[in-house]
Design a protein around this ligand. Structure first.
Ligand code: 5AD
Ligand code: SF4
Length: 443
């Protein structure tokens, strides 16, 4: 979309995105849809003609954030009654018009399957909360992708989830699994590459369950990856988020076969206790997860793994928690997200007695300390190595470029002649808390 200032009377849109990468992608697409209506993005909420909150429902805290942010918008709306306030995303899907009843300052509520109707809703006012809409219709009606000169892009290939983990709202908020057709995805990927994108992350709530319609029947994710890896100029591919049970043989093999498939994989396990995994309805054991990691490492030895963990799931004992720590030690993760269990209305686990707060807090701290130590060690091990970094931004310091390595580490490179979109060979010189430092390697 155009930058603010390119049109004198352009209206300004402020978007706040909560939650996952899918929401980041969706916000970008909504910004472009509103761009066609003459809206330009602003980073300053007070300047906006429209404020759009793209929400997340995954944990209670994420959900409640919407209401505190809406509360803070009250004075702005009171001062400027013509300010439009929209709520999008998974809270919009889960709570629908209830949001307007609770917070009358909200003008528009739009669920994730109805984003293509946002411009019309803004013109008319009102709400569209739609779970039934087939995903492709939405993508059909959104304007063509713009990349703003960025060398990286997300590409949603699949939405929804049929797994029904006992703690999770996603199957209810994002609905059943829908995979987008192969031809459209290949076209979108080629178009992105033609616009200068060199690194594409395929997105889906359960991305490795992808089974999209191809020219000769259903395609798996590995087939899609193999085809995309052959697009000239597309140097890097990633995919997220995967379920261990959908990691099929060919997808594992693809990690060994495709140099463009980057050696970093986010593979949530949630717990290392078989008892808890069963109660979570994960349908795999800790041992099966460890064997899977082994097979993936056999295919691509330099793979770095990340994961998601929940502590304090109902019924979790100290022994269960220790089993999770054992699994973490056995895998040695490069990073991980960990969360305290949050009971979500309507999910099976919400019926069960919770673990005491202080116990969960202590377990979370212990788990995070272990992950932090593994992350640090993984980063330290990169120091001295020569790696590729795709420059995404100019760094804060003079003469510095910022980008990602193959292993998805954020890397600051002292490179005054560097330019955005360049794939640089660099030598890692130091490891900081959440990033690496490097200098270019010539020749
Ligand atoms: N409580 C805590 N964490 C949750 N997640 C999903 N649902 C819940 C919940 N009810 C976590 C899982 C998932 C990640 C996206 O969020 O770890 O993988
Ligand atoms: Fe939620 Fe992921 Fe389980 Fe699906 S696989 S229910 S999205 S945690």
């Amino acid at each position: 979309m155009r930058k603010a200032g390119s049109m004198t009377e352009a209206k300004k849109l402020f978007i706040k995105t909560y939650g996952c990468q899918m929401n980041v992608y969706d916000s970008e697409r909504m910004a472009q849809a509103m761009g066609a209506e003459g809206y330009v993005l602003t980073e300053v909420q007070e300047d906006a003609d429209m404020v759009l909150l793209n929400t997340c429902h995954i944990r209670e805290k994420a959900s409640e954030k919407l209401y505190s942010d809406l509360g803070r918008l009250k004075p702005l709306k009171a001062a400027r009654p013509d300010l439009k306030v929209g709520v999008a995303g998974c809270v919009a899907q889960a709570e629908g018009d209830e949001i307007i009843r609770r917070m009358p300052l909200v003008d528009i509520v739009v669920g994730p399957q109805a984003y293509h109707r946002l411009p019309q809703l803004v013109r008319q006012g009102g709400s569209a909360v739609d779970t039934e809409f087939p995903a492709e219709d939405k993508f059909d009606h959104l304007p063509e992708r713009k990349t703003e000169g960025r060398p990286t892009a997300f590409l949603t290939v699949q939405e929804g989830c049929d797994k029904f983990c006992a703690f999770c709202v996603v199957p209810y908020t994002r609905g059943a699994e829908v995979s987008r057709p192969v031809e459209r995805l290949l076209k979108e990927a080629r178009d992105l590459v033609a616009k200068g994108v060199r690194d594409i992350s395929l997105l889906g709530q359960n991305v490795n369950a992808y089974h999209g319609q191809g020219p000769d029947g259903d395609w798996t994710l590995s087939r899609l990856l193999r085809e995309m890896a052959a697009i000239p100029g597309l140097d890097r591919l990633r995919y997220t988020t995967s379920h261990p049970n959908d990691m099929d043989d060919d997808l594992i093999a693809a990690h060994g076969d495709l140099p463009a498939l980057m050696p970093y994989l986010h593979l949530p396990v949630q717990s290392g206790s078989d008892r808890i995994l069963k109660a979570m309805n994960r349908k795999h054991t800790a041992e099966q997860y460890l064997r899977l990691i082994e097979r993936l490492r056999a295919a691509r030895p330099d793979l770095i793994f990340s994961s998601d963990f929940i502590v304090g799931f109902p019924g979790e004992s100290d022994a269960d928690h220790q089993a999770t720590l054992d699994l973490i030690r056995a895998v040695n993760f490069g990073s991980a997200y960990s969360f305290k269990y949050s009971a979500r209305p309507g999910t099976p686990a919400a019926e069960k007695a919770p673990v005491e707060d202080e116990v969960s807090d202590a377990r979370l701290q212990e788990l995070q300390a272990l992950i932090t130590a593994q992350q640090r060690a993984t980063q330290e091990a990169m120091v001295g190595r020569v790696v590729h970094v795709l420059y995404e931004k100019v760094g804060r310091k003079e003469g510095q470029m910022l980008g990602k390595s193959d292993h998805l580490h954020a890397v600051h490179v002292d490179d005054p002649t560097g330019r955005i979109g360049q794939m640089a060979r660099v030598k890692i010189t130091a490891s900081m808390t959440n990033s690496l430092s490097a200098v270019p390697v010539t020749g």
